[in-house]
Design a protein. Structure first.
Length: 178
């Protein structure tokens, strides 16, 4: 099953949890989708393993201020504490996430990434999951938080951690029609 006509934006910045970028990206690339890194970072950005160990660097394809939800079929939000915390404070990143929701396009967020949903007032009334440390923030933002490997609520796909990547990737591909 392929999704060769689909284009997926990965929104991230420095401090992204590497495996939460590379695993879904590989699943999408292997299925034939085109994947693009969108970021407020310029040039390259540093990924992490956990919050302390530097991993690989990745090239930014599109500056977040120039990204348009109309150009993509899906948005993927990898986690990582540093990444997620920085993105939720970036006005262009929040606006891009809102644009995907306004267009009713699939949005997939893992680990700490759902923080931006609280910031954008998009968690209210939604079923979702995340890394346990963000639960209170999401519940306070009006979400119905679940401790599940993956939660699909309409166009929103969420997972808790790298241990849930198999289920997360499966639902991403399913949402694209693979």
């Amino acid at each position: 099953m392929t999704v060769t006509d689909k284009k997926v934006a990965f929104l991230l910045t420095r401090g992204v949890e590497q495996i939460e970028l590379t695993s879904p990206r590989k699943a999408l690339d292997d299925a034939g989708a085109t994947t693009v890194i969108v970021s407020p970072s310029e040039g390259t950005l540093q990924a992490m393993e956990g919050d302390w160990e530097h991993a690989d660097t990745f090239d930014v394809d599109v500056p977040v201020g120039e990204a348009n939800a109309d150009d993509y079929d899906m948005l993927v939000l990898p986690g990582g504490t540093l990444n997620a915390d920085a993105l939720r404070l970036d006005e262009d990143a929040v606006a891009l996430v809102k644009a995907f929701f306004d267009a009713d396009k699939p949005v997939a967020a893992i680990c700490h990434a759902p923080w931006i949903l609280a910031q954008a007032d998009l968690a209210r009334g939604r079923r979702l999951t995340s890394f346990a440390s963000t639960k209170v923030d999401l519940v306070n933002a009006g979400a119905a938080w679940e401790d599940s490997e993956v939660v699909v609520d309409g166009n929103l796909i969420t997972s808790r951690s790298p241990g849930d990547l198999e289920a997360f990737n499966r639902e991403i591909l399913k949402a694209l029609g693979a």
